[in-house]
Design a protein around this ligand. Structure first.
Ligand code: PLP
Length: 289
């Protein structure tokens, strides 16, 4: 198995524990199509991607990896959670299996925990058989909530995506902000690829506060509309510090090497009036001075 090295924390833990335990050899390649293709060899059975990534919103050329893999008879799997099905459809780009954390945009209200795998009947049959052995069967209450939530998926994500684009531009112009990571920013590294493979740039972004401008912890505490919380994809905007949450198990040097600095904040943009979100950010910056 070949995986990119920027992976959701839970996925990384699963790779470390389960793949080794099951005797599956794996290689972590740099998070770009060329590196992943180069890392494959005659023994490779699966290539695993995630795009855009958590928390730096790196965009990987999905079609390039999918085409190479298909020619070699290698199965591709992508975690497309951050984009949601509204903004990205990897099956149309040649990917074999698409997974989503349904806990995020599909649920949209931060009140249930579920996941989805999409692909050909033949492949999903195998996924189902394994999932039921691992305990993956959703209870009726959560199924009910999920079905309700799906009815507003497009409306929610469209509003969230519009808000995120406005906020990304807004943050990018603030003196206190060193850097903004959002696939829709023209200056960003992933912009061109994102334009090709995403129908919208998503509602997740992250930004780095300048080292001496504002303390990230105080900034989060000063927010009132945007809530500090770990999860994402809900109708309410939430913020978290990857350095003390998803990436807390890594050493300071490892975090620095990945670009996950103490001043980095990950923002999941909700459906609020974007003027309220901007005012909240400005207010939190002022309180710190
Ligand atoms: C949250 C998340 C997961 C895990 O999903 P759960 O539903 O919480 O198990 C996987 N991938 C990404 C990108 C996520 O954000």
């Amino acid at each position: 198995m070949v995986l990119q090295d920027e992976l959701y924390g839970g996925t990384f833990n699963l790779v470390m524990r389960e793949l080794e335990r099951q005797g599956i050899e794996y290689t972590l390649a740099a998070t770009n199509a060329d590196a992943m293709i180069q890392a494959t060899n005659g023994k490779t059975r699966v290539i695993y991607l995630e795009s855009p990534t958590n928390p730096l919103l790196t965009v990987v050329d999905i079609q390039q990896v999918a085409e190479h893999a298909r020619a070699q008879g290698v199965i591709t799997v992508i975690d497309s959670t951050f984009a949601s099905p509204i903004n990205q459809n990897p099956l149309l780009l040649g990917i074999d299996v698409v997974i989503h954390s349904g806990t995020k945009y599909l649920s949209g209200h931060s009140d249930l925990c579920c996941g989805v795998a999409l692909g050909s009947r033949e492949l999903i049959k195998r996924v189902c058989a394994t999932a039921s052995n691992y305990g993956g069967s959703l209870n009726a209450g959560d199924c009910y909530l999920l079905e309700r939530s799906l009815k507003t998926l497009q409306l929610r994500v469209a509003q969230q995506t519009t808000n995120a684009a406005v906020l990304a531009e807004f943050l990018d112009q603030l003196d206190e902000v060193a850097n903004v990571f959002y696939p829709g920013l023209k200056r960003g590294a992933g912009y061109e690829i994102a334009c090709q493979q995403m129908s919208g740039f998503g509602a997740m972004l992250s930004f780095q506060l300048k080292d001496h401008a504002v303390d990230a912890f105080t900034f989060q505490k000063n927010l009132s509309v945007i809530k500090p919380a770990l999860s994402l994809g809900g109708v309410e905007s939430t913020i978290c510090s990857p350095a003390i949450t998803s990436h807390r198990h890594l050493s300071e040097e490892e975090r620095q090497a990945m670009g996950v600095t103490d001043g980095l904040l990950r923002l999941s943009v909700g459906i609020e009036d974007v003027a309220d979100l901007k005012a909240d950010v400005l207010g939190a910056l002022k309180n710190d001075r």
